[in-house]
Design a protein around this ligand. Structure first.
Ligand SMILES: Cc1cc2nc3c(=O)[nH]c(=O)nc-3n(C[C@H](O)[C@H](O)[C@H](O)COP(=O)(O)OP(=O)(O)OC[C@H]3O[C@@H](n4cnc5c(N)ncnc54)[C@H](O)[C@@H]3O)c2cc1C
Length: 386
């Protein structure tokens, strides 16, 4: 499949590249070292419409679609993994969730503010003992009059400490296993919510990750998304969106490794010649080119299908997510080898990109979980999206 971007897509790509060069590149490395989350940059990205591609104009988006969303994610991830996170927090896991499952009033009041980044969002599945096995979560929501009372704890939550609004998953009926999970919109400034930053992590230092503790948090019953017991399907449909975003981010970091490696191979000399002239270095560059192109086709095929009405293309989304995210780690190894000792130093960006790359294999469903979906579909055990 040969994927051609439209003129409109190319103009968007150029606009985002210009923004990245002017606004993100000058601060990305220093913010990462200083563990500094730039709220202002997220606001600027919101005002420029970066978070509004899959959101209709009626709700403050630009309606450009999923390919446009992937383009913007790829470009931002090329320069900062930390800032790429916003595309799930503002768009796929909050605004899009409300678009699909919220009431008309929630759509009108909340989506434009998320897309503009006036409000920051978060999405809360993971708990200390519930990672890949999301149905083993322990957070409870008990109905009391006009409210649900939420108790429990979430961990590894992106934007936990800065978010204004969260999508939370909790059991309303534990006897039904995953069919007893419900999803709620929660005001993060509600009494009973406390958060704690997770400071000790490998990368994404300019993006806050944390724990959320819920102690008798009263959530109005109108904030239940759809009906009780509908939480698990909401989670799966949300992940079909956020996995595309992660895959596009991984593609961005693949391209960054390739660009940096070409530049370095053309400037570093050993044994009286550019290292790019050694065939073994050319082997590595060739592998990086092919893997990046393969990831790009899979990511854009997935986004294009979503633009053509196949939004819940779980199989193609998992294929794109698995391949692009694994490729990012393979390219990290190759880029580090090409850069030698300098790749190991903070002087060149590949060490930061390497830390970005590692995360893509863990987030939004690990590599193994994507392989389970792909293999079970191939074996006929699970018909993902036929
Ligand atoms: C920086 C960061 C930000 C995050 N942000 C969020 C967020 O905003 N919201 C949120 O809810 N979560 C978030 N997460 C959590 C993330 O989604 C989880 O890490 C992910 O779901 C995997 O869970 P786990 O890490 O507990 O791994 P586990 O589920 O414990 O898995 C450990 C290993 O076992 C393997 N494994 C597990 N089950 C199977 C199986 N059935 N078959 C084969 N292998 C299996 C996994 O593939 C993995 O290799 C974040 C994590 C990080 C690191």
């Amino acid at each position: 499949m040969d994927f051609e971007l439209t003129d409109e897509h190319r103009a968007l790509q150029q606009m985002v590249r210009d923004f990245c060069r002017k606004e993100i590149v000058p601060v990305a490395a220093t913010d990462e070292k200083a563990h500094h989350f730039q709220r202002e940059l997220i606001s600027k990205m919101g005002q420029l419409g970066f978070f509004g591609c899959p959101i209709p104009e009626k709700y403050g988006g630009n309606g450009m679609g999923y390919v446009a969303h992937a383009i913007v994610c790829e470009e931002v991830a090329k320069v900062s993994g930390s800032l790429r996170a916003a595309f799930n927090m503002q768009t796929m896991l909050t605004a899009r969730t409300i678009l699909k499952f919220g009431t008309e009033q929630q759509r009108q009041t909340l989506i434009p503010r998320l897309v503009q980044a006036e409000l920051l969002g978060c999405f809360c599945i993971t708990e200390p003992n519930a990672g890949s096995d999301a149905a083993s979560l322990k957070t409870m929501a008990i109905k009391k009059g006009d409210h649900y009372i939420l108790n429990g704890s979430k961990t590894w939550i992106t934007y936990a400490t800065v978010a204004d609004l969260g999508v939370f998953f909790a059991y309303t009926d534990t006897s039904k296993r995953h069919k007893g999970i419900s999803a709620f919109l929660v005001d993060m400034h509600s009494p009973g919510i406390s958060t704690k930053l997770i400071e000790d992590k490998l990368g994404w230092h300019a993006c806050p990750t944390g724990e959320v503790i819920l102690e008798d948090v009263a959530v109005p019953k109108e904030n239940l998304l759809q009906e009780e017991g509908f939480g698990f399907p909401i989670m799966m449909i949300d992940l079909d969106g956020s996995r595309l975003t992660a895959a596009a981010g991984a593609l961005g970091v693949c391209q960054a490794f390739l660009d940096e490696s070409i530049k370095y191979a053309n400037q570093r000399e050993q044994f009286g010649q550019k290292i790019g002239e050694f065939q073994m270095v050319q082997d590595m560059i060739a592998r990086m080119v092919v893997e990046t192109e393969a990831a790009r086709l899979l990511v854009y095929r997935c986004a294009d299908q979503k633009d053509h009405g196949k939004e819940n293309n779980t199989l193609e989304t998992s294929i794109a997510k698995y391949y692009a995210c694994d490729a990012a780690s393979r390219l990290a190894d190759l880029a580090l080898l090409i850069h030698g000792a300098y790749g190991y130093s903070g002087e060149y960006p590949v060490e930061r990109y390497l830390r970005d790359a590692k995360l893509y294999q863990l987030l939004e469903g690990s590599a193994n979980i994507q392989k389970l979906i792909i293999a079970q579909d191939a074996l006929g055990y699970r018909k993902a999206n036929r």
